[in-house]
Write a protein that binds this ligand. Sequence first.
Ligand code: HEM
Length: 406
Amino acid sequence: MSAPFAFNPLDPETRRDPFALYARGRAEQPLLVHEGLPLPIFSVFHYDDVQAILRDDSIWSNQFDPAFEGTTLYEPEEERTDSMLGLDGEPHHRLRSLVNKAFTPRVIQRREAQMRSNAAALVDAAVAAGEVDLVEALTHPFPVQVIAEIIGIPFEDRKRFKDWSDRVIQDLGLGFFEQPSEESILRSREIFAEMSEYFVPLAQERARDPKQDLLTGLVLAEHEGSKLSHDEMLSMLVLLLVAGNETTTTLIGNAALELMAHPEQMERLRKNPDLMPTAVDEVLRFASPVQFDPRRATRAVTLHGIEIPENGIVLSWIGSANRDEKIFDRAEFFDIARTPNPHLSFGFGVHYCIGANLARLEARIALETLLARTRHIERTDDAPLPLHESPVFRAVSKIPVRLEAA
Ligand code: HEM
């Protein structure tokens, strides 16, 4: 085996274009040991390994506290209530069943008309402006509006909701690599306190006056035999912010970027709008919003001849699995008609993304609206775009574009 190659998930150049390094990982170092980090961290790059780890929750846990205990990264005074994403087994299943029904295809479909009218208003304003930052104009506000409506946040409070969403996600995943800053610790406490202050009266209102929204569902579940505690409800709401907003913003933004970078595919999609579903999945594969999915080993495991100790953390590189030539023909090509396309961008196994149907529909609606109302879309310049701070995402925080009305 050759010497380990340098792979630093925090390096901005790597984050912009990690694909050559992923290919080296798959060819030379299927299990990479990260040196010099405060925790024992490993990376896997093959589709089969990523899928096997996400599938086997008898070994691979989503609860990370035991890995942090005893390290400088641990804050023992901190009281945490894990969201379902950070739970395993029955506690995870219980919380997941409670929200699952809010995200079934049928329930999501009922929101389609409202989603289309939200997208149309945003795109019309952007086209009228001519030159815009697509993130600010469309990709960011649109998913926030959608999830706020699903939860049942009053319209006038959308701004606060968006602000929590931005702050909560800012440095997601950074804690695996470095000591969290004072500012970051304070920020997460502040957000939890602010959200608690905001949602307590709103939840009480729903208990008195139930509505057709997710908040009512959570409140009623809380009341039926105390199924959901107050902190669990808050953690759930924080999770929906974390899991649902930046990811979908990134998907729509990455779709616009890939289509602008592949004008022939943009043309093909304009001429064949029926390709939209496969196009969205191809963006998910080719420019996966979430690049890695971490797990903790609950016992020592040997993989590719290397022992991962109990509590070792493995980063499963979804972004690399999605380019694995053993699974995808011409994996380095962006092909909006690709089928089959078994990408792992929504994860795999028990934690498979609950919002996958919703995210796909949002992306379809946003892109359909954008393409239908424009004749041409282009970047205003070729300057490198600013990266999102969190290493979990392959995302940019600005996409300046010029839009020509249809
Ligand atoms: C393109 C958009 C999205 C991507 C790429 C994405 C990706 C993912 C991934 C990779 C996971 C698995 C995490 C793990 O294995 O630990 C996940 C879980 C989850 N996602 Fe998404 N997601 C997206 C949109 C959404 C939306 C719109 C929602 C809801 C509003 C959502 C809610 C969730 C929740 C609640 C979980 C945790 C499920 C569990 O622990 O059982 N996601 N997502």
